[in-house]
Design a protein. Structure first.
Length: 396
C-alpha cells in the first residue's frame, strides 16, 4: 500500500476543506428531521444489547454433558470469534441469574438463515444453573443472552499459527469451536493440537465430534490425557511439562481453558518453560464453587452469614449473604439484577462500590485498576463479604 503525501501545506489545508464540505452538507440538508439513523441501525445489528434464542435441539456430548442448539428469534446472530461466550440471563425461581457459556459451535455455523449457536454444558455436581438447563431447557425453551463477548480467541496479528490448546473439563468448548473453524479453512493455515485432561474416558466431552474433526483434517490433533484410568491406551496422568513439550512443535502459542486448580499447575509449567505472557493466553472457568480452595481464603468465613445493605439510586434493600458466596450471587439470589459478563473479576461489568464493611478479593481474579481499589470499588462477581456490608450498585 502506498500513501500519497501531497506536501505539508496541502495536507494541513485538507482539514479546512473538510470543514467547508461539512458546512456545505449541512446547508444542503433538509430542514425536516430524518427519523432513520443508518449508523445506529448498523451498530445495533452488530452489537445488540441482548439476543433472544429458542432451543431447537439438545444432545448428549458425554454422560455428564449436553449440547444445546439455539436459534435466534429476534434477528441474526452478530459476528463472533471462536472462544467468545454469551452471558445468559435466567430467571430461576425468585432469583435472576446471569451465567456465561462459551459458544462451542463455530462462527461460520451462525451465518445464514439457518444459522445457530451451540453451548455445551457439563453437570457433574449439583449446581443451580446447569441443573436448571439440564431439567428445563428443551426444544422450544426461550433464552435471553447478551451479545458474544470475551477476549479469549486466536488473533493472527498476535498469536502464532501453531495453537497448543490445554484444556480441562468444559474448557474444551472454545477449542472445539476453533478446531471446527480450522477444518472449514476459516483460520488460514493455523493448526491446533489439543491436550485435554480428564479423569476417566466418560468425562471426555465432545469426544466423537473431536475424533471426527481430527480424521477430517491433519491440522487438528487431539490428545486425551487421563489421570484416573490405568488401562487407557493413550497418554496417562496429568498434563506435564514433558507432555506439553512432546506435542508443542515450533513456535507455539499456548491457550489454556479449564478450572482454577488446573490453571495453577499449567501456569507453573509455563513459567518453568520460560513461556512469555504474549505466548500464553488463558481463560479460567470462574472461581471454584468451594471457596476454601481459593488461595488466601479466610478460614471459617464459609460458615458465616452477613447482611448487605444495597443502595441503588434512592432505594435501599437489606439482603442476607452467605460468607461462602460472592456478593454477585447474593444479589442474584435476592432477585437484584447485576450486570455480569466474565464472572472472573476481569471485565468490570459488575463494578460496585463499598461504602462500609470488610471484603475478601482473591489475588487471582482481581482485575480492578489501582485507582478503583483506592476509591473502594470492587467487582461483585469476585468479592466475598467478611462482615456486614453497605454497598452501592448501578441501576439496571
Ligand atoms: S462480571 Fe466481569 S468482573 Fe465481574
Amino acid at each position: 500500500m502506498s500513501i500519497k503525501v501531497k506536501g505539508f501545506l496541502k495536507d494541513v489545508g485538507g482539514a479546512s476543506r473538510v470543514t467547508a464540505l461539512r458546512q456545505q452538507s449541512i446547508d444542503n440538508a433538509s430542514a425536516k428531521a430524518d427519523p432513520r439513523d443508518p449508523i445506529r441501525a448498523l451498530a445495533d445489528a452488530l452489537h445488540p444489547a441482548s439476543m433472544r434464542f429458542q432451543v431447537v435441539s439438545v444432545r448428549d456430548s458425554s454422560p455428564t454433558a449436553k449440547t444445546f442448539r439455539l436459534k435466534s428469534t429476534d434477528g441474526h446472530i452478530p459476528v463472533f470469534q471462536s472462544g467468545q461466550y454469551v452471558n445468559f440471563r435466567l430467571k430461576i425461581g425468585e432469583s435472576e441469574l446471569t451465567r456465561p457459556y462459551t459458544i462451542s459451535s463455530a462462527p461460520y455455523e451462525a451465518r445464514g438463515k439457518d444459522g445457530y449457536i451451540e453451548i455445551t454444558v457439563r453437570r457433574n455436581r449439583p449446581y443451580l444453573v446447569p441443573d436448571w438447563l439440564f431439567e428445563h431447557a428443551v426444544p422450544g425453551t426461550e433464552l435471553v443472552g447478551n451479545m458474544p463477548f470475551g477476549t479469549f480467541y486466536w488473533e493472527p496479528m498476535r498469536d502464532s499459527k501453531n495453537i497448543v490448546a490445554l484444556a480441562g473439563g468444559s474448557g474444551i468448548t472454545p477449542f472445539f469451536s476453533m478446531a471446527k473453524e480450522i477444518v472449514r479453512g476459516k483460520m488460514g493455515d493455523a493448526r491446533i493440537t489439543i491436550l485435554y485432561g480428564s479423569v476417566k474416558s466418560d468425562d471426555i466431552i465432545l469426544r466423537d465430534e473431536l475424533e471426527a474433526l481430527e480424521k477430517e483434517c491433519d491440522r487438528v490433533k487431539v490428545v486425551n490425557v487421563l489421570s484416573g484410568d490405568p488401562d487407557w491406551p493413550g497418554e496417562k496422568g496429568f498434563i506435564t511439562r514433558e507432555l506439553i513439550e512432546k506435542y508443542s512443535g515450533e513456535d507455539p502459542t499456548y491457550f489454556f481453558c479449564g478450572p482454577l486448580v488446573m490453571f495453577r499447575l499449567i501456569q507453573k509449567i509455563m513459567d518453568e518453560m520460560g513461556v512469555t505472557c504474549r505466548r500464553f493466553r488463558h481463560d479460567v472457568l470462574s472461581h471454584p464453587a468451594d471457596p476454601t480452595q481459593i488461595e488466601g481464603w479466610p478460614a471459617g468465613n464459609e460458615t458465616k452469614t452477613y447482611s448487605i445493605t444495597v443502595k441503588r439510586g434512592v432505594s435501599e434493600t437489606v439482603i442476607t449473604a452467605s460468607g461462602a458466596e460472592p456478593v454477585a450471587v447474593a444479589l442474584e439470589r435476592a432477585a437484584i439484577p447485576v450486570d455480569t459478563h466474565c464472572r472472573g473479576g476481569e471485565c468490570g461489568y459488575c463494578r460496585s462500590q463499598l461504602l462500609s464493611g470488610e471484603i475478601f478479593v482473591p489475588a487471582f481474579g482481581d482485575g480492578r485498576r489501582l485507582m478503583d481499589k483506592e476509591m473502594g470499588w470492587f467487582h461483585a462477581c469476585s468479592t466475598w463479604p467478611l462482615s456486614d456490608l453497605t454497598i452501592k450498585i448501578p441501576i439496571l
